[in-house]
Design a protein around this ligand. Structure first.
Ligand code: ATP
Length: 534
């Protein structure tokens, strides 16, 4: 099955079965926004709760054999606008954009590649295409190179002279629009127009969404583009009001907003999404050790969602790719159907040094350093001089940040789970979600909606639902009910049939193998709890 097809089918299944809908659909939708339906919200919450459990409730065992200390936080989406000046988002959180005055299209400047073709008389022609990289641009021109003929879209778009010029060029090069001089940029034929000179110069385009606060003299504020800053702003509050000591972490899950230039690939890049971020505050000398620790922990966590090893990888950021705050960053990447055979980002683990706390200290005028009593005692025992102890026990902690997308995690779980099985009856489609994360764990069906079966089934449902997320469904042919449960990823179905009355047993069907087993009615709960690992 072609990979693009997989995405089309998955998006359609998600809509049809109530996982994810385009936002404001009855008004024609809104690009980059999605609504999570009844099953989508259950799936998202299951993943969210697992992250929270693994971070805050039962955090991992640290290198010293003791559990690490992480507390939770839920900070405001809108913070004082000075926050974003200090964090660097107000200045630097932007992509350069190019507008086309004629077509009114807008492009990321680094995604516009220009073929500069030189003719015999040294005359040059500049033709732009949309491409995300040099390799991508080269690919788009491949046909031209192979056959000496222009790609079809150019043959209909470009004038006869330009086409002749391109075909007869004695030299050419592919350059990103941003690297051309202003004079050269003015000669470029944009990707969606026929004449040169309609593209504007690249302009910075801030990715933060603006809003206004207050009715009289409103002030301009931003919807947060990441949850992390709320944690830094509360660093002192957490230190002063809880019993945590460095090293410790603060974890937060919540909505973030980015005015993405090109939202795409279903929920992969949206303008409103959810993040799961943890800021780990540690002594600068231990930062590297904790970076390595969290890198491994986070990879293990993705595997615990049921994501296969072969589709996950680390990718270290090159020096020139690092964000302004980062000393080193590694991404955990997944091989999405739309990136394959390449990979795309799932989570970033960044060594942010002391950047954030120092910035907020400078901009707010509040001290955000840490007095390390344990270190003070240790140095005293080592006979270190009082001056040195004083200097060393107060410091600005370093930060290691594992930052992931909750909505991207939902996408990964769905991509990983989506299967087609021609041997299945009623449907070929199946979501093989790890039972722990399945929105519905068990379907409960009376085989027919009479002969005392609904009463038994309903009684079982009322009992099971206290512990297990179940769905009671008495209607339609049994095959269609199984098919629906396969499509929504329900790992078990329990059917009450004619035999139940005779021997007090029911049929339990497992989703992936489709195998059926007879289980005593009074043992169903224990059976399911065991299978579900609850
Ligand atoms: P990308 O390179 O994909 O734009 P990023 O490096 O800007 O992501 P971070 O700022 O590190 O992302 O955010 C942490 C995580 O938040 C990402 O790994 C991703 O899972 C998620 N995320 C970021 N932007 C979006 C978005 N527009 N839609 C959905 N999830 C997002």
């Amino acid at each position: 099955m072609a990979e693009t097809n997989v995405m089309e089918q998955l998006v359609s299944l998600c809509k049809r079965r109530g996982f994810i809908y385009p936002a404001s659909e009855i008004y024609g939708g809104l690009n980059g926004f999605w609504d999570y339906g009844p099953l989508g919200v259950l799936l998202k919450n299951n993943i969210r709760d697992w992250w929270w459990r693994n971070m805050v409730i039962t955090p991992p065992i640290g290198p010293d054999g003791h559990p690490v200390d992480i507390v939770g936080l839920d900070s405001s989406i809108i913070q004082n606008p000075k926050t974003w000046v200090a964090s660097g988002h107000a200045g630097g959180f932007s992509d350069p954009m190019v507008d086309d005055r004629e077509s009114k299209n807008r492009y990321r400047a680094d995604h516009v590649w220009v073929r500069e073709a030189e003719g015999i008389e040294k005359k040059r022609v500049y033709v732009a295409i949309k491409a995300t990289s040099e390799a991508h641009a080269a690919d788009a021109w491949q046909q031209f190179k192979d056959k000496g003929k222009l790609p079809q879209e150019f043959r209909t778009k470009l004038s006869f002279e330009v086409r002749k010029h391109l075909e007869g060029a004695v030299a050419y090069r592919d350059v990103p629009f941003t690297q051309l001089t202003v004079e050269e940029q003015a000669q470029v034929i944009g990707p969606d127009v026929q004449v040169p000179g309609t593209l504007t110069e690249p302009r910075q385009f801030n990715l933060m969404l603006k809003t206004q606060i207050g009715a009289v003299d409103p002030i301009e504020a931003y919807l947060r583009p990441e949850t992390a800053q709320g944690i830094f702003l509360n660093f002192k509050n957490v230190i002063d009001t809880t019993r945590v000591k460095v090293p410790f972490g603060v974890a937060q899950i919540g909505k973030s907003f980015r005015n993405e230039v090109t939202p795409r690939n279903f929920i992969f890049r949206s303008r409103e999404f959810e993040q799961m971020e943890m800021e780990w505050f540690c002594h600068p000398d231990e930062a590297r050790m904790w970076y390595d620790f969290w890198k491994q922990q986070r990879m293990d966590w993705w595997k615990s969602l049921g994501v296969s090893d072969a589709k996950l990888r680390f990718r270290d950021h090159a020096q020139d790719e690092l964000s302004h705050y980062s000393k080193m960053t590694v991404d955990i990447e997944y091989q999405y159907p739309f990136t394959a055979p390449d990979f795309g980002e799932l989570e970033g683990i960044a060594h942010r040094g002391e950047f954030d706390l120092t910035q907020h200290q400078q901009h707010s005028g509040q001290k955000l350093d840490y007095f390390d009593q344990d270190l003070q005692l240790k140095l005293k025992e080592q006979g270190v001089s009082p001056e040195e102890i004083k200097a060393k026990s107060r410091y600005v902690p370093n930060v290691i940040e594992p930052a992931s997308g909750l909505t991207r995690a939902v996408l990964v779980v769905l991509c990983e789970a989506y299967r087609r099985d021609p041997n299945r009856q009623g449907t070929e489609e199946l979501l093989s979600i790890k039972p722990q994360f399945a929105p519905i764990k068990c379907g409960i069906f009376p085989l027919v909606n009479k002969e005392g079966m609904p009463e038994v089934a309903e009684k079982l449902y009322l009992d099971l639902r206290q512990k297990i997320t179940c769905e009671y469904d008495p209607k339609q042919a049994i095959g269609r009910r199984y098919a629906r449960m396969d499509e929504i990823g329900t790992p078990y179905c329990v059917t009450i049939d004619g035999q139940t009355k005779e021997d007090q047993t029911v049929t339990v069907r497992e989703r992936d193998s489709m195998q059926q087993e007879r289980v005593a009615l009074d043992q169903v709960k224990a059976y399911l709890l065991e299978k579900l690992g609850m």
